[in-house]
Design a protein around this ligand. Structure first.
Ligand code: FES
Ligand code: FES
Length: 158
């Protein structure tokens, strides 16, 4: 069957077999920022934004996406290169193997759309759905807080 939705800002026509998950479809289509982990909604590695909300792509069937908007990390990098939040992750050492990083970045992006300067509890809550086996959460939380503080300053060169 064919399903039409918006993928990373462009109209996308997905030719999808019954039962295909969004995770399978995105990786098949070359969106490798979306990672394959548990395949059962537990690890969060496959996080994408659907209509602006962070969701696990392994639990979403492509056939349910008609008319929706899907975003992966590629959307942000194609639009603006390395994002300020990614810079903050690099500066604070919040990335080790990087397997969970796209999911963390998208979980934080979803939060920022409703809370432009999220507090630490909101950040922790946003990251709680993404399992990290390397870095843990102290540095990613610090990166999100750092971006909160420096966003305006860096634009003015301070
Ligand atoms: S692969 Fe989707 S939550 Fe683990
Ligand atoms: S940085 Fe390796 S799983 Fe998070």
């Amino acid at each position: 069957m064919k399903v039409h939705f918006i993928l990373n800002g462009k109209r996308h026509s997905a030719k999808t077999p019954p039962g295909e998950t969004l995770l399978e479809h995105l990786r098949k289509s070359g969106f490798y920022s979306v990672k394959h982990g548990c395949d059962e909604g537990s690890c969060g590695a496959c996080t994408v934004l659907i209509d602006g909300r962070a969701q696990n792509a392994c639990l979403i069937l492509v056939q349910t996406l008609a008319g929706k908007t899907v975003e992966t990390l590629e959307h942000f990098n194609l639009k603006q290169g390395v994002t300020p939040l990614q810079e903050a992750f690099l500066k604070t050492g919040a990335i080790q193997c990087g397997y969970c990083t796209p999911a963390m970045l998208l979980a934080l992006e979803a939060v920022k759309r409703t809370h432009p300067k999220p507090d630490i509890e909101t950040i922790r809550e946003a990251l709680s759905g993404v399992l990290c086996r390397c870095t843990g959460y102290v540095k990613p939380v610090a990166a999100a807080m750092h971006e909160n503080v420096t966003e305006g300053e860096e634009q003015t060169g301070d």
